[in-house]
Design a protein around this ligand. Structure first.
Ligand SMILES: [Zn+2]
Length: 237
C-alpha cells in the first residue's frame, strides 16, 4: 500500500512538474533580461530561489561559508516576513538579496498596477527586515510578458534569470547535478538552485541534494579556474 502511494505521489509530482523537468522555460523569456553576463573572466554566480527557509537556507549558508563563496538569494516577500532571522543572516554574511515577488505567483496575467504592487511591497519587506535594497527582480518560474519587462526596468530593476538550471528540485543525486553543471559552466553563467520549495509550493521541500552539491560544485569549478561572485559583481565587474 505504501509503495503504491509512493508511486502515485511520484507520478503526480512528475506530471505537475513534467514540463519544467524536461524543458527550461526561461529560454522562452530570456530576451531583454540578464541571464548570463558577457565576460572574459572565469566567473559565475550561484543563485538560490524561493527562500528564506528555516531549514535549507541555514544549511546552504553553512556550505557557502565553508566553501568561501558569496551567492545571491532571490527571496519571496512572504517568506522573508515568516523567517526574518534567516533573511537577516543571509544579509549579514555578505550575500546578495534579490526580489522574487511577494507570494510566488506567476505574474503573466497581472495588470501593471498589480505587478508594481507585488514588486514594491516585496522591496519594502526586504528593506524593513534586512536593511538591504535590491535592484534585481526574478519573476516566479521565469514567466513574464514583454511589456512587463519594460515596466519592471522602468521601476529601476534588472530582470535576472539564469543560463544554467540545476533542476535541483527534482534531483535525487547531487553528483549527477554537479557533473551536469560543471561540464556546462562557462564565463558569466548564472546558475539556478532553490533553497526552499517543491512541485506544489514554495515553502518546505527537501533540498538535501542542493546542500550536498555546493561544496562539490565549487571544488570542481575552482579546479577549472572559476570563481563565484554575487550577480551584481558578475554584471558590474
Ligand atoms: Zn521561484
Amino acid at each position: 500500500m505504501i509503495i503504491k502511494l509512493l508511486w502515485l505521489t511520484a507520478a503526480a509530482t512528475l506530471l505537475a512538474g513534467g514540463f519544467c523537468v524536461f524543458f527550461d522555460q526561461a529560454v522562452l523569456t530570456r530576451k531583454g533580461t540578464v541571464y548570463r553576463v558577457k565576460t572574459d573572466k572565469k566567473r559565475a554566480a550561484l543563485t538560490f530561489d524561493d527562500g528564506p527557509s528555516p531549514v535549507w537556507t541555514l544549511k546552504i549558508l553553512d556550505e557557502l561559508k565553508n566553501a568561501g563563496v558569496k551567492a545571491t538569494f532571490f527571496m519571496i516577500g512572504h517568506h522573508v516576513q515568516k523567517y526574518p532571522e534567516v533573511a537577516r543572516r543571509v544579509a549579514r554574511e555578505g550575500h546578495s538579496i534579490g526580489n522574487h515577488g511577494y507570494a510566488h505567483s506567476v505574474i503573466l496575467y497581472y495588470t501593471p498596477a498589480e505587478i508594481e504592487e507585488e514588486i514594491k511591497y516585496t522591496e519594502h519587506v526586504i528593506r524593513e527586515v534586512t536593511g538591504q535594497t535590491t535592484r534585481m527582480f526574478r519573476p516566479p518560474k521565469a514567466w513574464l510578458r514583454r511589456s512587463t519587462k519594460e515596466q519592471v526596468k522602468a521601476l529601476g530593476y534588472d530582470i535576472v534569470l539564469w543560463s544554467l538550471n540545476s533542476k535541483d528540485w527534482v534531483s535525487f543525486n547531487h553528483r549527477q547535478m554537479v557533473s551536469y553543471l560543471a561540464r556546462r559552466t562557462r564565463n558569466g553563467d548564472i546558475l539556478l538552485f532553490h533553497d526552499s520549495g517543491h512541485a506544489f509550493g514554495a515553502d518546505g521541500g527537501d533540498r538535501t541534494q542542493t546542500v550536498k552539491a555546493i561544496s562539490l560544485l565549487v571544488k570542481t569549478l575552482k579546479e577549472k579556474g572559476f570563481e563565484f561572485v554575487r550577480v551584481e559583481e558578475l554584471m558590474h565587474g
